[in-house]
Write a protein that binds this ligand. Structure first.
Ligand code: NAD
Length: 478
């Protein structure tokens, strides 16, 4: 089996104590790679390398134009290695290979976008009446710890690493323990592209009492950007507060998808299927609560069930597979199936779906569950949607907002007024109207409530990954 090490100070290394972990392919349920398993010592070493590269190395000092060129070279190399990167995520978490390729393309775009965005950004100037002139500089923040989840391994890592590097920071990336391989490949390619040693470090390992916790408590860190579960976000937030380190948290979700009577039915059904069954529902943005207006409910549900059942299921490595016959891990499979029992549904029934072969869960639609049911309240993070009928707009908005999460929502209607009015009323970081998943990287991305703190994307990432500095100059001494 291939071995994937940490990347620290430009070298691929095993753990200091030699510890390793098996990397399990959830479709075969067998190990397919061996990974260095880091602890506190490895994490501290990586932070020290990033600190030295930031304090003494060329990366923060070389200017935007050179960094832009090097980051584009990395993006080129990622395109050349797209098959390897996509297969790594597919084997690590069972993501269908066509979707993994899509993630690679999005990751490449993250690097290209942020390299260009930083290069083209302008700082402010403040002409003063007093014979002085003030302007702002956007200096890099320093050492960034980036902790990513397992559902979009390469894409979530690149979403953090790309802006951090573009703004001149150095980085320690800790990918999720279940999906480590693409991070090591990325860091190897970064070195090949000319990103200096110590600028992009990767430490593998677990979270609590392990590499993850050590990274979030290390006083040599200047920023922490985390994507993962809301509970983990709260723990990391406390650690960051101890060292007064700014933290960006992109957390869980329970997306509401509201379909009004006047919606384009084909479009709404298509997106309602994508919203919960893509990546087997292991998506923070998943449309896991579906609210359909009473006039179209029966027709919509008939079509929705047919479309869900028609998804091509199979081996994630097969390019024709639309829906993977594997959840990301055994632990996660057990979590998702725990939501299918009678108690979690509180009287709701399963219209289609349920547990599949191996570690898989079929596309599952639950109907008639009360708003207090566990399946309605908690993030399942699997291919399980709860469909509910509604009569009035107020009723739908109340139900959609009746959650501790607030990452995203969707509205399907052909009425412009309804679209704008309801979008304004929804408590969510992103509202999609008549579409889903479409992103403009300049727009804010993040959530309210238990879905997170802060926003990333475009200027929002710039704010997080830089330290603005005011420079005030006397320009008229006459
Ligand atoms: P997780 O919180 O279990 O783990 C995420 C990462 O944090 C992993 O790398 C893990 O090793 C690390 N970690 C865990 N405990 C830690 C600790 N105490 N200190 C430091 N690091 C620690 O989340 P997950 O199961 O990998 O990911 C799924 C979750 O991520 C879901 O809740 C999903 O909604 C969320 N998510 C959110 C977004 C978003 O943009 N809002 C995107 C993707 C996933």
């Amino acid at each position: 089996m291939d071995f994937y090490g940490h990347i620290i100070d430009g070298q691929e290394v095993p753990s200091i104590d030699g510890a390793t972990m098996d990397d399990i392919d959830p479709y075969t349920r067998k190990p397919w790679a061996t990974i260095a398993c880091g602890g506190k010592d490895d994490a501290d070493l990586a932070v020290a390398a990033a600190r030295k590269a930031f304090d003494e190395g060329p990366w923060p000092r070389m200017g935007f134009e050179k960094r832009q060129a090097i980051i584009h070279r990395l993006a080129d190399l990622m395109e050349e290695h797209a098959d390897e990167l996509a297969m790594a995520d597919t084997r690590d978490m069972g993501k269908p290979i066509t979707q993994a390729h899509h993630d690679v393309a999005r990751s490449v775009w993250n690097f290209r976008f942020f390299a260009d965005h930083a290069r083209l950004s302008m700082a402010d100037a403040y002409p003063m009446d007093s014979g002085h002139h003030a302007y702002s500089r956007l200096d890099p923040a320093g050492v960034v710890v980036a902790i990513s989840p397992w559902n979009f391994p390469l894409m979530m890592s690149s979403w953090k690493v790309a802006p951090a590097l573009a703004w001149g920071n150095t980085v320690v990336l800790k990918p999720a323990e279940d999906t480590p391989v693409s991070a090591t490949i990325l860091a190897r390619l970064a070195l090949e592209a000319g990103i200096p040693p110590g600028v992009l470090n990767v430490v593998h390992g677990y979270g609590p009492n392990s590499a993850g916790a050590a990274l979030t408590t290390n006083p040599g860190v200047d920023r922490i950007t985390f994507t993962g579960e809301s509970g983990t976000g709260k723990i990391i937030s406390k650690c960051a507060a101890e060292n007064l380190v700014p933290v960006s948290l992109e957390l869980g979700g329970k997306g509401a998808n509201i379909v009004f009577d006047d919606a384009d039915l084909d479009n709404a059904v298509y997106w309602a299927v994508q919203a919960i069954f893509r990546n087997a529902g292991q998506v923070c943005l998943a449309g896991s609560r579906l609210y359909v207006q009473s006039g179209i409910y029966d027709e919509f549900m008939k079509r929705y069930k047919v479309a869900a059942e028609a998804l091509v299921k199979g081996d994630p490595k097969d390019p024709s597979t639309e829906f993977p016959m594997a959840m990301a891990s055994e632990e996660h499979f057990l979590k998702v199936t725990s939501f299918l029992d009678e108690k979690s549904r509180s009287g709701g029934s399963i219209l289609t779906g349920g547990q599949g072969e191996g570690w898989s869960v079929n596309p599952t639609i639950i109907v008639d569950a009360p708003s207090t049911a566990r399946v309605v309240l908690e993030e399942i993070f699997g291919p399980v949607v709860v469909a509910t009928k509604f009569d009035t707009e107020d009723e739908a908005v109340f139900a959609a907002n009746n959650t501790r999460y607030g990452l995203n929502a969707m509205v399907f209607t052909e009425n412009l007024h309804t679209a704008h009015r309801v979008s304004a009323k929804l408590r969510a970081g992103t509202v999609w109207v008549n579409c889903f998943f479409i992103r403009d990287l300049r727009s804010p991305f993040g959530g309210v409530g238990d879905s997170g703190v802060g926003r990333e994307g475009g200027n929002f990432s710039r704010e997080f990954f830089t330290e603005p500095k005011a420079v005030v100059m006397q320009i008229d001494n006459g």
